[in-house]
Write a protein that binds this ligand. Structure first.
Ligand code: NI
Length: 398
């Protein structure tokens, strides 16, 4: 173990009680995207207490802190998201959400706590840091706007961030594990909206109408052939229609004029996204035509694939090892993550830290009302963030 890794471990142990108290506070007081006002104030107060400079970027929510080391060198960015979800908590956490209808159902409270924990550790190791550290506490990850906001506000400039690392808890891997994936880790995300227009009328006299409902059913079936028949079996993609609106429950004998649908597309390669858009448009327009309707597709690209930087993968593996974690290499997720919005601007790497603990019931998936991240995972994540700084500075200064 390197000297810095040993010191990180020692400090992490010393500050354990602080982290658990912060986690409890954050978990009990969830705030959803762009409403993270009290969370922001809490983070600021803690960082200021550690002597970390708060950068004035004009952010309404979210915080960027800067720690300058004893000597000049690379600037390493560490990012955590801070927002919660509109989910009513049903977990067995002993300190549940105090806000009705909102909870940290994706465990961003563990990320916030871990990054505060890393800041606390690193603030005690300023002498050993030959470079600087930027702490990006990002708002609004759940609605995919927070990363763009931080980039636009200049979070990656002055000093310029040379490499950015982020992490997310994972209920799929046990506490103590860290996933180090060299390549895509989270999918690209596109929203689809489909409108089928026919001609409504009496449900008992279908020959006088043009039924958009039957047409919509054909479009849904057709859309499912894109992944099975058009995308290469060696690539991965998802096309899901998740919402359909047709007619009205109190008008069982009225064929509506139109049907609207919404769904999501997931992919890892831009060319797969382009193929899906082309095929979906063809299917929507031509199937609708065949049924005498008109079909319209809106294809709205939301976020890119989170593609981990190959050069940083080696640094990430060394950092996970220095943190004492078991390194794992699970499959990528088809979930999306706006960490990808930083990647056109800075080389980046995204880890998962295991937060699964069967004994405590920490097994539920992200966004489930029963979701609970194992609080023991926070120490691992805090050490991971802190060790990443030393490993990255060491590797990048050459
Ligand atoms: Ni999340």
């Amino acid at each position: 173990m390197t000297e810095s890794a040993a010191q990180v471990r020692q400090l992490a142990e010393r500050f354990e009680a602080d982290r658990l108290a912060w986690f409890r506070h954050l978990h009990e007081n969830p705030e959803v995207a762009l409403e993270e006002v009290r969370t922001t104030a809490f983070i600021r107060e803690k960082l200021e207490g550690m002597g970390i400079e708060i950068l004035d970027l004009g952010l309404e929510t979210g915080v960027v802190g800067l720690l300058r080391g004893a000597e000049e060198g690379p600037c390493i960015g560490l990012r955590a998201d801070i927002d919660a979800l509109r989910v009513k908590e049903a977990s067995n956490c002993p300190f549940p959400s105090k806000t009705e209808g909102k909870m940290h159902a994706c465990g961003h409270d563990t990320h916030t706590t871990a990054l505060l924990g890393a800041a606390q550790i690193l603030s005690q190791m300023r002498e050993q840091i030959h470079g600087s550290v930027k702490f990006l506490f990002q708002p609004a990850e759940e609605i995919n706007v927070g990363a763009k906001k931080l980039v636009a506000a200049g979070a990656l400039e002055n000093p310029k961030v040379d490499a950015l690392f982020g992490t997310h808890n994972s209920p799929e891997i046990p506490t103590g594990s860290v996933a180090v994936i060299d390549g895509p880790i989270m999918a690209g995300v596109t929203r689809i909206d489909i409108k089928i227009t026919g001609q409504g009328g009496h449900g008992g006299i279908p020959q006088r109408n043009i039924d958009p409902v039957v047409c919509a059913a054909a479009v849904i079936q057709g859309a499912q052939t894109i992944v099975s028949r058009n995308v290469s079996p060696l690539d991965s993609a998802v096309v899901s229609i998740c919402h359909l609106l047709a007619g009205s429950t109190d008008a069982n004998n009225v064929i509506p004029n139109e049907v609207t649908m919404a769904g999501t597309v997931r992919f890892y390669k831009p060319e797969v996204e382009a193929l899906i858009e082309k095929r979906l448009r063809e299917l929507v327009e031509t199937i609708a035509k065949a049924y005498g309707c008109t079909g319209e597709l809106t294809f709205f690209h939301m976020i890119d694939t989170t593609l981990n930087n190959h050069t940083l993968a080696g640094i990430a593996a060394a950092s996970a090892e220095a943190a004492g974690a078991v390194i794992s290499n699970p499959d990528a997720s088809t979930g999306g993550e706006d960490f990808s919005d930083y990647l056109p601007h800075v080389p980046g790497f995204f880890y998962w830290f295991g937060s699964r603990n069967e004994e405590k019931g920490c097994t539920w998936a992200w966004h489930n009302p029963h979701f609970r991240a194992d609080e023991d995972s926070i120490s691992v994540a805090a050490r991971l963030y802190a060790n990443t700084v030393f490993e990255a500075i060491q590797a990048l200064k050459k």
